[in-house]
Design a protein around this ligand. Structure first.
Ligand SMILES: [Zn+2]
Length: 77
């Protein structure tokens, strides 16, 4: 519930829209951008427990996203 650049998301929240998200994570250098599918949880860092922050860059329709995108980081539920 922090005000963080308007509409940021973080690890564990539900992904509201499929698309490309900018990745912000101070402790480690992760890929700067990631493609994520809606109705999954935003992924965690594989190396630490500090939440990763995401900002939506470009939304993609679910049906095309399913064909083109894979989760690039593991989710931890
Ligand atoms: Zn990390």
């Amino acid at each position: 519930m922090k005000n963080h650049m308007g509409k940021g998301f973080e690890t564990g929240q539900m992904i509201p829209q499929s698309g490309n998200y900018a990745v912000f994570h101070k402790p480690h250098l992760l890929q700067p951008e990631v493609a994520l599918l809606q109705q999954h949880a935003f992924p965690a860092c594989a190396k630490c427990v500090v939440p990763v922050h995401f900002d939506l860059l470009h939304a993609v329709r679910a049906e095309s996203a399913r064909d083109k995108f894979r989760l690039l980081m593991h989710t931890h539920n």
